[in-house]
Write a protein that binds this ligand. Structure first.
Ligand code: ITT
Length: 197
């Protein structure tokens, strides 16, 4: 049997890695940047998902051979002018602290009638230090007024995708991975890589 093609994820986020592995783990050997302690920490200095996804994928692809995939993602809330957007992971004041992020979001939304929001995921594929392709996926939905469910990560306990009545955290990974922003971007990545043989 042929070995699976290898896809290096330019992320240190274990939740993203788990989801991507669950979605394509039978077609690619998916490895996270954490498996490579020598990889540099890439600063996310961009002001868009695409800029940050490029920085991560291109930066890591300078350090290793083969396909490197980045994921820059976040939540856009209409009543907050698109915030937290690219600053989703530090919205509550502390990088990667999901409890603080959710607390701030609930506070900002307390007096808002329009609760429409979407998750957005931008992925960049890079190789040998240069960008090869970029992809984007979104899922529309609305925000609830208190935390519901324990699955997923980040803002999942506050977000109900269109067509459902439960949050991503309640729906579980099977449903989330069938319609999420990340799934929609990743499907395009897989089609692109399949096309390259
Ligand atoms: P890497 O840069 O190492 O990939 P990160 O966690 O810093 O990891 P981002 O800069 O892309 O990643 O920020 C993503 C944030 O957006 C994440 O911390 C959550 O707050 C939010 N987010 C993204 N996808 C999400 C999802 O599927 N469910 C809930 N929240 C999500």
């Amino acid at each position: 049997m042929q070995p699976l093609p290898r896809l290096i994820l330019a992320t240190r986020n274990a939740h993203k890695t788990e989801e991507i592995q669950a979605m394509i783990g039978d077609r690619f050997e998916v490895l996270n940047a954490k498996a490579f302690p020598d990889f540099p920490e890439i600063e996310e200095t961009g002001t868009s998902f695409l800029e940050n996804a490029r920085l991560k994928a291109v930066g890591i692809s300078r350090c290793i051979e083969g396909w490197v995939l980045s994921d820059d993602s976040g939540l856009e809330v209409d009543a907050l002018g698109g915030a937290p957007g690219v600053w989703s992971s530090s919205y509550g004041g502390e990088e990667g602290n999901h409890a603080k992020n959710n607390a701030r979001l609930l506070a900002e939304m307390a007096d808002k009638a329009n609760r429409n929001a979407r998750f957005r995921c931008t992925m960049v594929l890079a190789r040998g230090g240069s960008e090869q392709a970029a992809f984007s996926g979104t899922v529309e939905g609305h925000l609830v007024e208190s935390l519901h469910g324990v699955g997923g990560f980040g803002y999942d306990p506050l977000f109900i995708p269109v067509g459902h009545e439960k949050t991503f955290a309640e729906l579980g990974n099977g449903i989330k991975n069938s319609l999420s922003h990340r799934a929609r971007a990743l499907n395009q990545v897989v089609a692109f890589l399949d096309g390259r043989g």
